[in-house]
Design a protein around this ligand. Structure first.
Ligand code: SAM
Ligand code: SF4
Ligand code: SF4
Length: 371
């Protein structure tokens, strides 16, 4: 028998092959974890590669030419992703977000979108199928993404000032190309478009007000994200986090804001609207106001590991189940079993006690697990 060679990149994080329960139970669409949280949102990382080197995500010093990205054979195929998606939808997932790395770098991504777009939720509703992208290829691809069935996009943009943006993406990528991508996406109907701005104190916080002013009154919803201690390579420090309350205060000085009720339970962004009726913004306070109590998200890494928390140190190897010939019924039961045991609430614990950061050297990278 020939020995199977496991690429080193596959061994980067702890993982275990999920247990298949002796008695198989069908999906009911009503999973509940130890904190009574359902499973509604699945984020799928389609590649661990990216053409940007954002300082808070894939710093150049770590993700350099010697960094070992996953080999193609390790990636889930589109058929495998779709099979897992169907199992998760049967468990109650209503929203699927494609992410990465940079999802538009995955070859023929439109094909995957076509395969997912025809799936419906347990209630027979269309899936909320979306993507988070750095928009570097969005101008070129927006029409084909829309044609394939993608509903909308979220674009990451950290500054309108070219020098600041280039310092943050660290590959000299210009702001205008991202803005052009947003415009094309809007024209082809990939809206409502959300723009995510990660605020890193001392780097781009002077851009909070200009970004708000730029998108105020447009059909783009701007959301400010607190810089998180995700991964183990960005050298995160608490004093570089600008709390959302401070973001709201700075914008309100010139453009008064009032709070809006959440759209649904588990919504990550707190919504604020301009008092003059010209639209709204969102703030995502992952550090200063943890929202673990409503967290209904699961993440599937590029090579098929399931993570039940963004800050997990290990995943559950669903790819092993797929490739070892297990049936859908077996994998369905294994996922129920995993979710029933889920007790993750990293951000809440971090808020209670910053000592919780001690596992920071082992956390998975955002580019691998997907944002
Ligand atoms: N490459 C795509 C992009 O940038 O939109 C998708 C993947 S990226 C990992 C997903 C999201 O994670 C982006 O909006 C990015 O800004 C955010 N992100 C990455 N590292 C972060 C950090 N340390 N803190 C907060 N957000 C982060
Ligand atoms: Fe790439 Fe997105 Fe990470 Fe930036 S945030 S390095 S664009 S994966
Ligand atoms: Fe969900 Fe984990 Fe983030 Fe809490 S820390 S909101 S459990 S992903």
């Amino acid at each position: 028998m020939t020995e199977r060679i496991i690429p080193v990149a596959d061994l980067r994080y702890l993982h275990a092959v999920p247990h298949i329960p002796d008695i198989l139970t069908p999906a009911t669409g009503l999973l509940s974890d130890t904190l009574s949280r359902p499973l509604r949102d699945l984020r799928i990382s389609v590649t661990d590669r990216c053409n940007f080197r954002c300082v808070y995500c894939m710093p150049k010093e770590v993700f350099d030419t010697s960094y070992q990205f996953l080999p193609h054979s390790s990636l889930l195929s589109f058929e495998e992703i779709t099979r897992i998606a169907k199992i998760f939808i049967a468990h109650g997932v209503e929203k699927i977000r494609l992410t990465g790395g940079e999802p538009l770098l995955r070859k023929n991504i439109e094909k995957l979108i076509e395969m997912l777009a025809v799936l419906t939720t347990v209630d027979g509703k269309p899936l909320d199928l979306t993507m988070t992208t750095n928009a570097s290829l969005l101008g070129k691809k927006a029409q084909s993404l829309k044609d394939a069935g993608l509903k909308r996009v979220t674009v990451s943009l950290d500054s309108l000032d070219d020098a600041t943006f280039k310092r943050m993406n660290d590959v000299d990528f210009p702001v205008t190309d991202v803005l052009d991508g947003i415009a094309v996406a809007s024209q082809v109907g990939l809206g409502p478009i959300k723009v995510n701005m990660v605020v890193k104190g001392g780097m781009n916080d002077q851009e909070i007000v200009p970004m708000a002013r730029h998108f105020k009154g447009s059909d783009v919803i701007l959301r400010f994200i607190e810089y998180m201690d995700v991964g183990a390579s960005n050298g995160w420090k608490m004093d570089e986090v600008i709390p959302s309350a401070e973001v709201v205060r700075r914008i309100s000085e010139s453009m008064p804001l009032e709070v809006v009720d959440a759209n649904y339970t588990g919504e990550t962004a707190e919504r604020w609207r301009y008092a003059d009726g010209s639209g709204e913004i969102g703030v995502i306070s992952s550090v200063t106001q943890a929202f673990c109590s409503d967290c209904n998200r699961a993440r599937l890494s590029t090579e098929g590991k399931l993570f039940t928390c963004l800050f997990a140190t290990g995943g559950h190897d669903l790819r092993a189940l797929l490739r070892n010939g297990h049936s859908d019924a077996e994998i369905t039961s294994a996922v129920s079993h995993l979710w029933a045991k889920r007790d993750d609430r990293y951000s809440e614990l971090r808020t209670i006690n910053t000592e919780g950061l001690s596992r920071s050297d082992r956390k998975v990278e955002m580019s691998y697990i997907g944002g």
